[in-house]
Design a protein around this ligand. Sequence first.
Ligand SMILES: [Zn+2]
Length: 420
Amino acid sequence: MILLSGADLVLPDRVVSSGTLVLDGDRIVDVGGGAVAGGARDLQFDFPQHYIVPGFIDVHVHGVEGRDTLDGGDAIADIAGRMPAFGVTAFCPTSIACSPSALREMLAAVRRARTTRAPAGARVLPAHLESNFISPEFKGAQPLECLRLPPSALGPRSSDLGHRSSDIHDPSSPIHHPSSDWDGNDILREIDAARPDVGILTVAPELDGAVDLIRCLVADGHHVSLGHSGATYEQGLEGIRAGARQATHLFNRMMPATHRAPGLTGAVLESDDVVAELVCDGVHVHAAMVRVAMAAKRPERIMAITDGTAGSGLPAGSRTTIGGRPITVRDGAYLDDGTLAGSVLTLDRAFARLVSGMGLSLSDAATVCSTTPARALNLQGFGVIAPGAVADLVVLDRDLRVVQTWVAGNLAWERSDIER
Ligand SMILES: [Zn+2]
């Protein structure tokens, strides 16, 4: 058994002062309000003037410290190994729109990392594909040449794999790539072949065929997130009715809400069925709009994400890549043409900013960084400090900086300067 004692324990509904956590194997077995007497213990850490929160779960992260999920090779495992330093105990490796072969390589790397997780690495969850099925007008930094329309009717998917659906090569189509040798069917084939490793797909619901695609993806067990989209309010609701239960970086790259035209933003803010991602770096979304979103949806329906890139954790001015395209680290990650291409945020900094800069309580910040993402992904026993829950934990000092990160009851990371 392992004891973590003396810290303030951040529970979903309250903070227990000077509490004690007892870990046994990969689980929390006791959450106490004071010192625990007796019993065999292998290890004890005393953390007066510290907080313990459930391990952070990032459902939207493209990379960190110079590694991008689309780098190939061991990139996913490498990123997993770097995540505990930022308090992240589980994450969805996130792609941008890419070719079928690049997607296949990335999903193979996800598979390898999920089956051979190093004890000191974060848990690798099924991937989030910021997919090919998004709006060209709201693509942000995604490569236009990789966007495709959803295959019409989806019939060809299994019955005629060589078929190219006609709408993709229709010259009137908004996404027409006569020079390309692959289409939406080829992407869906890669997703089908790697189904257990594909968790979330971002889809723009207003595209021709998107509502059918959403139904189909949901029936196959995937989570659909609405985003990179020019959908109206009504088109947003149609996507939700088709089974979408998530929204990709609320406010960013979607039709904004106005009082006469609520857009997808309004549909997401209004719907209790939808959990919204929110980039809490102070750059992507103004602090006031973060508070508006929290008030509208409550922390139970908001997930803090980083949308972090390989630029996260690197100093300003650094050069790295997203999906092979160069980016520069400033207050965010920027393409060379000045397009914002994601953040340089890490989830520990998001947690600190939510508490110190945006006015959330410790419990609410832990809810949006851990509990809500766990619930949205149906991860039982994750994202909460409670007896029987998995021992995925972060110890923070009073400045909300990470001191220790525990994954499955193992000390995965420890700050080098702490004294015992
Ligand atoms: Zn995005």
